[in-house]
Design a protein around this ligand. Structure first.
Ligand code: ATP
Ligand code: MG
Length: 265
């Protein structure tokens, strides 16, 4: 058992303000090697929460639990509460869950299909065949992901012909097409150049009015630019969780302070 000897502070919210929260989430890889310790975090509706911390501190592990992406590789104990339901229970329909809690990965991973098909794929698989409705969702999703103007004349061209930044926004549009409430993003800008990163950040800021987002980032400037709340992870423990402002200007713990100073330095 690893002991982290420092005062910790974990912010909480009223139940009505929470989009999602975990209680004592622990993750065991290979059955026994514990990599995440009792994380209890609450995510406020219509905000962006940044997950920060060193490499291997458990940010991705935690994030992947939230829509059950760790099912095949780890044992996950504890609760993940979404609309009064513990979605960490065995009998949950994971496919339905992921429609509500979507995910965007570090590397843009569009399907090797047209831009349009990337967006309609899941909808068609769900039985949506109304062409007009599909066209409408394609436009809405691309607009929400701030990509529409750049691709509206080439919807039937391959998604792979887009730039990395455009592909990442397409992946966001694809995630939005099934109308999730929550978007999980694991270092979504790490493969992008500064201009594409800035566009992606603008997109995420705009999405805040309709979605709740949880985003892993290594980029402290990015966390301070776009997130309202920040959780600091260290060796699988959540050490501190507070408003981004407090974490960056007035951290309560030495570990947090050191990490933030080192990362900005
Ligand atoms: N599938 C896996 N099997 C076994 N151990 C794993 C697996 N995935 C992650 N781990 C371990 O869990 C710990 C946390 O890893 P995780 O990927 O969550 O860290 P991270 O904070 O996202 O790091 P990074 O910033 O490098 O992405 C690490 O010790 C890692 O080696
Ligand atoms: Mg990671």
């Amino acid at each position: 058992m690893e002991i982290i000897d420092q005062p910790s502070y974990i912010k909480t919210f009223d139940k009505k303000d929470r989009a999602l929260y975990t209680e004592n989430l622990s993750v065991f890889y290979g059955g026994t090697i514990q990599k995440q310790f009792d994380a209890s975090l609450q995510f406020k509706k219509n905000t962006i929460t940044a997950l920060i911390g060193g490499s291997g501190s458990g940010k991705s592990t935690f994030l992947r639990c939230l829509n059950r992406m760790n099912d095949q590789v780890a044992r996950v104990d504890g609760k993940i509460m979404f609309h009064g339901l513990d979605v960490n229970q065995k009998n949950i329909n994971v496919y339905e869950l992921r429609k509500n809690i979507g995910m965007v990965f570090q590397r843009p991973n569009p399907f090797p299909k047209s831009i349009r098909e990337n967006i309609t794929y899941a909808l068609k698989a769900n039985g949506q065949n109304d062409k007009q409705k599909l066209n409408q969702i394609v436009e809405e999703s691309l607009r929400a992901a701030a990509l529409w103007d750049e691709v509206k004349d080439k919807l039937d061209k391959s998604a792979l012909a887009l730039s990395g930044g455009q592909q990442q926004r397409l992946c966001i549009a694809r995630a939005l097409a099934v109308k999730p409430e929550i978007l999980l993003l694991d270092e979504p800008a790490s493969a992008l150049d500064p201009v594409s990163t800035s566009k992606l950040e603008d997109t995420l800021k705009q999405l805040r009015s309709n979605y709740t987002m949880v985003m892993v980032t290594h980029n402290m400037q990015q966390a301070s630019r776009i997130s309202e709340y920040t959780a600091f992870f260290h060796l699988g423990h959540v050490i501190e969780y507070n408003s981004t402002d407090e974490i960056f200007t007035n951290p309560k713990g030495k570990l947090t302070e050191d990490y933030i100073q080192g990362s900005f330095g």
